[in-house]
Unconditional design. Sequence first.
Length: 370
Amino acid sequence: MKFTCDIKSLNDACNNVMRAVSTKVTIPTIEGILLECGSDTLSLTGYDFEFGINTILSATVAEPGAIVINAKILCDIVRKISGQTVMFEVNGTSVLISAGAKQYNITGIDADDYPELPSVSGGYPLFINQGILQQMVSQTLFAVADSEQSKPVHTGLKFEMTQNQLRLIGVDGYRLAIRTETIKYDGEDVTFIVPKKTIRELIKLMDSDVDKDISVSVGKRHIVFEVDNYSIISRLLDGDFLDYNAAVPKTSTTTVLINTGDALDCIESTIPVIENNAKNPIRVLFDADEMRVSTVSVLGRSIDYTHANVSGVRVEIGFNSKYVLDALHAADTDQVRIELNGPVSPVKILPVNDDSYLFLVLPMRLKNEV
């Protein structure tokens, strides 16, 4: 195997593909990047049995072949090389890397030992605009569970594709985020759940300024996203996802219209005296024409208020401030509509005029302040 390629392109590819290389499993093969040469291309693959990234570069190939090289060593070497091009020459498992005056001799691993990536054939082909998907993810991924102390299925983002509509749903047991968008889609209804890590890595490869689609192929157990010259393959999560329609209250006794920025400022003013979000809830009072926010902890007390249009029953309710702030930061409207049904029911945060997003936050029990 012998080839020459552009250093900058190889460096970018190495940095991106390396994110799929295992850091937990000490198996030398999957600690490496698979390099494969065709007639005039170089393919790089990283895979950890659950998540993989592949990309293809242009290369001048003198001799096709394949080799696995430790990802950290490869990326460190490529990062140190200057100039325009770099040459790789492989003889067995011996790898010679040269560029200008620099030469490196390292040992690779036989490519036959590298695991085969799952294939997704006969899946549903979907096309989603990069900018739209990025916006939808930014308004839902924050609510996806981080830890498998939650149900494993809730550590993923749920996609629901129906006639001309895409819906994303994230949940972690304390909050729920739903984002709905009209898209061009006339296929059959399909639902799948993608791990949070996969979505995070996908977003890093996407460009919100480019009006281009990404291609999505969904199989029974795996999914492939294709963005520019990258392919991301991931396992799908399986299990009983929350029946979110049943979790969302259908009625409310209090409705609040409030400027999003004012609500954020008012709640953020309590942060300096909150010792622990899980133990120090904020106390929020909606009454007449204001939202009043206070909290107390061993660090001290805080109180602030801002104007709000409150209709219905006066209500005082407790929240984890982080969960409410995350929801308000995700809102992309100048004003939000907050719907409440007493102090112990989940609270809905929505746009004033439509239901393009819906955030649900569970309340916290308030203690009597001394």
